[in-house]
Write a protein that binds this ligand. Structure first.
Ligand SMILES: Cc1cc2nc3c(=O)[nH]c(=O)nc-3n(C[C@H](O)[C@H](O)[C@H](O)COP(=O)(O)O)c2cc1C
Length: 203
């Protein structure tokens, strides 16, 4: 079981963006869930924008590095810092928009930098977009499988209205109306099912 550990929501880099607001919503729903289920771990958030990763520029193929301690074998300090950060966590929840039927390049880039740091760890896949971002979710699921992560089968997809960014900018959080709509569409329940799949995994 994943216990007494951290699960990380990773989100993407443009400005302005709604990602931090969606990620906060996901974080809040899961925090409430973990309190009611007495899950002993912690839930952290990693903001990809703060990592400042350039386009992938390592000479080696990450999967060819030594499995037991890949960090010092990355050539660039930005990669070693990213490696150290990801090594700290036992499981991940990716919260990603759909861009042109896939995930944003920034997320793919961040994933490509590492291999052993991801491999074997449970992962959740939460998407959002005009129709929920399911095409991005399907792509991400394949990528996570390629990275040998253990991706949860339940993939919550959050439908976002086209004017949401302007509406939510006023309060700095997603609106109650949208939260209710998502709850009614089953998103809260799916987040809980996804989370249960993740924490049930052996680590
Ligand atoms: C480059 C780009 C491509 C997009 N492609 C899609 C798409 O294929 N399907 C969709 O439903 N929404 C698409 N959208 C809309 C985004 O899902 C929506 O703008 C969302 O707010 C993006 O998340 P962000 O604000 O966190 O970047 C796209 C947005 C951008 C910027």
């Amino acid at each position: 079981m994943v216990s007494n550990t951290s699960i990380v929501a990773i989100h993407c880099t443009r400005e302005p963006r709604i990602n931090p607001l969606i990620t906060s919503y996901v974080h809040e729903i899961l925090l409430t869930h973990t309190k009611t289920t007495n899950w002993p771990g912690t839930l952290s958030i990693i903001d990809l924008a703060a990592q400042n990763l350039p386009l992938y520029n390592e000479p080696a193929i990450p999967s060819h590095l030594p499995k037991s301690d890949p960090t010092p074998h990355h050539v660039h300090e930005h990669t070693r810092a990213w490696s150290r950060l990801i090594q700290q966590y036992d499981a991940f929840i990716f919260v990603t928009p759909q861009y042109n039927w896939s995930i944003p390049a920034s997320l793919k880039n961040a994933l490509d930098y590492l291999f052993h740091e991801w491999a074997g760890k449970p992962a959740g896949n939460v998407t959002y977009g005009g129709r929920g971002g399911r095409k991005a979710g399907d792509h991400l699921q394949s990528i996570l499988t390629g990275l040998r992560m253990r991706a949860a089968e339940c993939m919550p997809a959050i439908v976002v209205r086209s004017t949401a960014m302007e509406d939510w900018a006023r309060d700095g959080r997603v609106s109650e109306e949208d939260r209710e709509a998502w709850k009614g569409a089953g998103v809260d329940g799916e987040l809980q099912v996804m989370f249960a799949e993740i924490v049930a995994e052996e680590v």
